[in-house]
Design a protein. Sequence first.
Length: 142
Amino acid sequence: MIALLCYDSSADGTKGIHAWYASLGGGAQAAIDATLEIVSAEEGLAVIPTTILKALRRRCEGLWEVIVEVDTGRTGGKRKKRIYEHIRILCVPGPGRNELLLLHGFSKLGGPDYGPACVTAHNRNRGAERDGYRRAQPCAFP
């Protein structure tokens, strides 16, 4: 089993994954819950399919992403393909074995450049390391 830890740099719980998650609609929350249930049920990080958990490169080197696709119920284009909202949760392997530290969540709006999201996740990861992972608590979801 994978233990999911959520990092929040604030003393009052207004930053981090939980605040971002609370701001999402029910459909997005349900899709995140389902994906994180799959992740947490695995025996180890190495066996999770890359369609769900993937290591990142370039500016995001050292980070991983949890990939969540939310069906919007809409279609578009000439072929009337389904339209999905692309949600990503940036994370790193946790301090303990079989832990995943969730750092930053966002909606991906297109291209491969994750821009400020990776900067935020890297900063939160450094903060977690500096404070000895005291503000990395078990996630309150799924």
